[in-house]
Ligand binder design. Structure first.
Ligand code: IMP
Length: 756
């Protein structure tokens, strides 16, 4: 229960967070008590901290409702171009505190909860993270929703309401164990189910020629998509946008028409199979797993979302409802669809299917509309992460889309053949269809031909995408022309907190260690075991004592990042140059006061540009050095033999120094490092060690002000890494929309006033 604060602590809290109006505090208390009674059906004798959290969440939620409805009405009145951010992941974390801050309610809630004898931080800790993402890609989507609302864009996030998000990580005996993330167990006060807006999604079936031309997709199996809406408030601008997540529901007649030949109970139980589509997030970061259920998820979100987009277009002022313009001519002027990686790439053939098969537009017109509507963000060039779906899966699950992709490809190859006569190898390289056993569809190529803009997530990454993927060619043939946004496109999650004195080694299986997934889960888990084993030795070595501790932080997630990042002094960003698209932690650590030891990779390159390279600890190969090593051939053993410190470390890992009970436990790891290391980590070792010496020198013995000065220079030059800045750039360069400076008037909602 609440630990009462001393008067001094209260004064400090008030001086930091401001003083709430008495009316506001009274209103929060009264609303909180009302929700505890009527919504939670509890009294103070039996209420748990979770009940109090829900009572506060509902109190805060009440202040969103009027603004939410007003914002949506406003969009219908003004009819601005709508921006749709399609993503298989939205890594939102917790909602309560962010909402209080954005609505200007934090001080009033702090005071009200204190006056009720409760501890607001304890209540905030009861909230489950919405862990509907793996790492950077999902957190980017969450930050973008936040910034789009703050900039007043008429924007929507569309995704899947996974019943189970990213697994909870437990460490047992040094090994990772995964537990299911049953985040909805106690209910989610932030979502509103909208069963009345349920939409059908079709799978399987076959394609039938229509009399008089055209085709129909028939004999399909229908799954329903039920929307759940979550409000996305802007920062103190009365804007509340919508994140709409779809949940799979079996239709009432699911399998029951076979009743006479089957079993009623079996048929009802089989509804679970259909509803498995939205059951669980695939815990793959930068890795293509190629499972049919994942392909179903990708089509499910796209099919439901496009129906909703077209419904909204048709019912808006300047859409089809306008009798003068009953066509789709205005569609690209009214709708922007952003594809967060290739995961929602089926939006391209699905929009074509709707325009051609349903709306009866001719192909060329439909293709022009599709390209001008869609744009694509690439998140990696690592081959193991690229989505390449077997053609046979499409044949079975999405036969109409396969034909559409074949048609897109035919026209695409015709254009290339006309531009580069006789260049057969080029046709093979550029095709959307990869020959082989099995034949595969290259989803990145599909996105590139079906979009008017493509971007990477950092400048170096955009440059690498352009160079390595032969994508430059496309700009010559594309009907709508191309944008390669020239600047940085980063996400940044601003976190604040106190600076702790303890240094921790932060490892992260689902974020930072994503590259390791390519070496299979076995290797990822072995690395975690190695870290915990090394920690065990260091932490129990009397010679080391309290001078150094290695702590593996279990279950890294958004809410833990919000605590750890502000507490860090040094941020290690040690990917081999050219392999990390952007990174996100790098920027967050920088703006929260940590210095960076890192390679010239991803966004770290631009951090060095902004702050000055002398204000970061840069080490290791540049991309050009890596290319040189690749040309010569990388020999890990050469480094191992030449560098005694490296040899000692590798030998200790190999010989069971860190794991005497099972001395050969790490032999696969050492074998990988010595014989098959695609990331060439030994090539950066020497430079890393000497750079760490510079870090230690500055941190420990030199003028302590020098470290602080460097921190200040970093923080002061981190402004560009704001997702608000990024979204402004997307808005003008990709979507063709203007951030709005109009503040939607607040709803009539006594007695609250916005705080300053
Ligand atoms: P949607 O954007 O069509 O999903 O509708 C979202 C919300 O916008 C609705 O629940 C209404 O509050 C509002 N809305 C829908 N249609 C209109 C309209 O024609 N005029 C004003 N507001 C509307």
């Amino acid at each position: 229960m609440a630990v009462p604060l001393t008067d001094q602590e209260r004064r400090k809290q008030i001086s930091v967070r401001g003083i709430a109006g008495l009316g506001d505090v009274a209103e929060v208390k009264s609303s909180f008590n009302r929700h505890l009674h009527f919504t939670l059906v509890k009294d103070r004798n039996v209420a748990t901290p979770r009940d109090y959290y829900f009572a506060l969440a509902h109190t805060v939620r009440d202040h969103l409702v009027g603004r939410w409805i007003r914002t949506q009405q406003y969009y219908y009145e003004k009819d601005p171009k709508r921006v749709y951010y399609l993503s298989l992941e939205f890594y939102m974390g917790r909602t309560l505190q962010n909402t209080m801050i954005n609505l200007g309610l934090q001080t009033a809630c702090d005071e009200a909860i204190y006056q009720l004898g409760l501890d607001i931080e304890e209540l905030e800790e009861m909230e489950e993270d919405a862990g509907l993402g793996n790492g950077g890609l999902g957190r980017l989507a969450a930050c973008f929703l936040d910034s789009m609302a703050t900039l007043g864009l008429a924007a929507y996030g569309y995704g899947i309401r996974y019943e189970f998000g990213i697994f909870n990580q437990k460490i047992r005996n040094g090994w990772q164990l995964e537990e299911a993330d049953d985040w909805l167990r106690y209910g989610n006060p932030w979502e509103k189910a909208r069963p009345e807006y349920m939409l059908p999604v079709h799978f399987y079936g076959r394609v039938e020629k229509r009399e008089g031309g055209g085709v129909d997709w028939v004999d399909t199996q229908v799954i329903l998509a039920m929307p759940y809406d979550t409000p996305v408030p802007g920062y103190r601008n009365n804007t509340v946008n919508t994140m709409r997540l779809w949940s799979a529901k079996a239709p009432d007649d699911f399998k029951l028409h076979n009743f006479n030949v089957g079993d009623y109970i079996e048929a009802v139980l089989d509804r679970n199979l259909a509803e498995n589509i939205s059951r669980v997030l695939y815990p793959n970061d930068n890795f293509f797993e190629g499972k049919e259920l994942r392909l179903k998820q990708e089509y499910f979100v796209v099919a439901a979302t496009l129906q909703d987009i077209i419904r909204r277009f048709k019912s808006s002022k300047f859409g089809c409802r306008d009798p003068v313009r009953t066509s789709f001519d205005t569609f690209p002027k009214k709708v922007a669809i952003q594809l967060n990686d290739t995961h929602p790439a089926l939006a391209i053939p699905e929009l074509m299917r709707i325009l051609v098969d349903v709306e009866k537009l001719d192909w060329e017109k439909a293709w022009d509309i599709t390209c001008r509507t869609c744009s694509y963000t690439n998140h990696t060039v690592l081959p193991e992460a690229l989505e390449r779906w077997p053609v046979y899966m499409f044949e079975k699950l999405l036969p109409r889309h396969l034909l559409i992709i074949y048609d897109i490809n035919q026209r695409h190859l015709d254009r290339i053949a006309a531009l580069f006569p006789g260049d057969v190898d080029r046709l093979r390289r550029m095709s959307l269809i990869e020959e082989g056993d099995p034949k595969r569809i290259n989803m990145a190529h599909l996105c590139v031909v079906g979009s008017h803009a493509v971007n990477g997530v950092a400048q170096i990454h955009t440059d690498i995408v352009k160079e390595t993927c032969n994508f430059c060619y496309f700009s010559q043939t594309h009907p709508a022309g191309w944008i390669w946004p020239p600047g940085r496109l980063f996400d940044t999650c601003v976190v604040v907190g106190e600076h702790a004195a303890v240094a921790v080694a932060l490892d992260d299986v689902t974020w930072g260690l994503s590259l390791i997934q390519v070496l299979c889960y076995h290797m990822a888990k072995l690395i975690i075991k190695l870290i915990t084993s090394v920690g065990h030795v260091i932490n129990n070595d009397p010679a080391v004592g309290n001078r150094l501790k290695l702590i593996y932080l279990e279950n890294y997630r958004v809410s833990l990042a919000e605590r750890v990042i502000p507490a860090a002094d040094l941020s290690e960003q040690i990917s081999t140059a050219g392999t990390e698209a952007s990174g996100t932690g790098n920027m967050k650590f920088m703006l929260n006061g940590a210095l960076t030891i890192g390679t010239m990779d991803g966004a770290t390159v631009e951090m060095a540009q902004e702050a000055g390279e002398e204000n970061l600890f840069i080490f290791g190969m540049r991309v050009s050095d890596v290319e040189e090593v690749d040309k010569k051939g990388y020999d890990a053993r050469e480094f191992y033999e030449r560098l005694p410190e490296l040899k000692l470390a590798v030998d200790q890992i190999q010989n069971g120094f860190f794991n005497p009970e099972k001395p050969d436990l790490f032999k696969d790891l050492v074998d990988m490092l010595l014989n098959h290391d695609r990331f060439k980590v030994f090539a950066d070792f020497e430079s890393y060690v000497s750079c760490q010496d510079r870090v230690s020198l500055l941190f420990q013995v030199k003028n302590p002000r020098a470290w602080t000065q460097m921190v200040i220079r970093n923080i002061a030059s981190s402004g560009k890494f704001s997702s608000d800045r990024t979204i402004r750039q997307y808005a003008t360069e990709i979507w063709g929309v203007e951030p709005s400076d109009v503040t939607i008037p607040p709803p009539n909602e006594p007695p609250f006033k916005a705080q300053d």
